[in-house]
Design a binder for this molecule. Structure first.
Ligand code: SF4
Ligand code: SF4
Length: 372
């Protein structure tokens, strides 16, 4: 089924409520300067599924419009724009997910990710204990190639490579379906001005400034940039870890140097800076999420958010444990635990909250293209 057809056939409570609330907002327009959602909204007279998906992914959940709104509950109009758009946003990930047979993984996503972590950990740890000679597993392994005496290099490359390619392809196809549905053409996306504008919005997290630069509302009507800062720690932390993996691959294949690398080497410096960023960012976002006013959210979607934060935190924590205790007999089991978390992350990547950054980038690109 094509993406536009999927979108046109979708008619659920999230889409209907987005259409209802956006129609009220389009008449009211009090929040016009808060974020791109309101200027973008004015391009529509009616709000079908693609329009709702586009606007929902343009929203950064800053809550400013909830606290400013004179029509929020208990007013009979019952306007809760951040909550309504959060529900539609999560629904859009499911609608465009590929293959469609796995789209249901977005339903009860917190549980799905937790089960995936448990299964991946159980599989990697038990296979390591069963298949690796106890003499090797429980003895100190040091020097170049120490990790590969526990888990063979070829096996790591085969598993990591095939899962990364499959996850990347699934995510790419999902994003192409979303782009087609919301009417973002390739020529627009790859226009230098459009992509630069969209990337600049993403990398500066401009719209987490709440439109005035003072930040988001979390638990109450006061403003704070904490959410923006913790998002920066998380996003740049992840990118630094990704850079560390790329540099380590280059070292191994280009320079013939095998991991584990020295503490002062570039892959370790990049990875530990990124890991620290992830620890700070994800724990900060977790605490802020606990403080979020439940009336201004879609509470049944929060499991997805918590699951990704805990997974990224766990990957960083076990990465540091491996770094600190790699020259001890605990290295083998720490490596298995760390790789179990990493495996769960890549297995669930196209079906977890991780996709939100890419959907938001495309929505921002469409917004930038409309302004050209
Ligand atoms: S959120 Fe409320 S105040 Fe803001 S534009 Fe919509 S209806 Fe008006
Ligand atoms: S929550 Fe913030 S980003 Fe979302 S629509 Fe309201 S003002 Fe815009």
């Amino acid at each position: 089924m094509s993406a536009p057809l999927i979108a046109s056939l979708r008619d659920n409570s999230a889409i209907r409520d987005t259409s209802r609330v956006m129609t009220i907002c389009n008449a009211c327009r009090y929040c016009e300067g808060f974020c791109p959602v309101f200027p973008a909204m004015t391009q529509f007279r009616t709000f079908d599924a693609p329009a709702a998906d586009y606007l929902a992914n343009l929203c950064h959940n800053c809550m400013a419009c909830y606290h400013a709104c004179q029509y929020k509950p208990p007013h009979e109009f019952d306007v809760n724009l951040p909550g309504t758009l959060a529900d539609t946003r999560a629904d859009s990930y499911q609608a465009y997910a590929w293959p469609g047979s796995l789209a249901g993984l977005f339903h009860k996503n917190g549980l799905v990710v937790s089960l995936s972590v448990a299964l991946a950990l159980a599989a990697v740890i038990s296979l390591t204990v069963l298949l690796v000679d106890a003499e090797v597993l429980w003895q100190t392994q040091t020097g170049a190639g120490a990790f590969y005496r526990i888990i063979p290099h070829a096996l790591m490359v085969l598993v990591a490579g095939s899962i990364t390619i499959a996850a990347g392809a699934a995510l790419l196809i999902s994003l192409m379906r979303f782009s087609r549905a919301v009417g973002l053409r390739a020529a627009e996306l790859f226009s230098p001005r459009v992509i630069c504008r969209a990337l600049s919005d993403v990398f500066t997290l401009r719209h987490l400034g709440g439109g005035h630069g003072d930040g988001c509302n979390t638990g109450d009507a006061s403003f704070s940039n904490q959410r923006r800062y913790f998002h920066h720690f998380t996003m740049w932390g992840f990118l630094l870890c990704f850079a560390a993996t790329c540099v380590a691959t280059l070292y191994e294949y280009g320079l013939g140097r095998m991991s584990p690398f020295p503490w002062t080497s570039l892959p370790v410096l990049l990875g530990s800076s990124g890991g620290l960023g992830l620890l700070i960012g994800t724990s900060g976002l977790f605490v802020l999420k606990l403080k979020t006013d439940p009336d201004a959210t879609a509470p049944h979607r929060l499991g997805m958010d918590y699951a990704l934060l805990i997974l990224l935190f766990s990957i960083s924590l076990t990465g540091f444990a491996l770094l600190f205790w790699r020259d001890t007999p605990a290295m083998g089991i720490l490596l298995a635990v760390h790789l179990g978390f990493v495996l769960a992350f890549f297995l669930t990547l196209p079906y977890s909250k991780f996709v939100h950054g890419f959907y938001r980038l495309l929505a921002l690109a469409k917004y930038a293209a409309a302004k050209e």
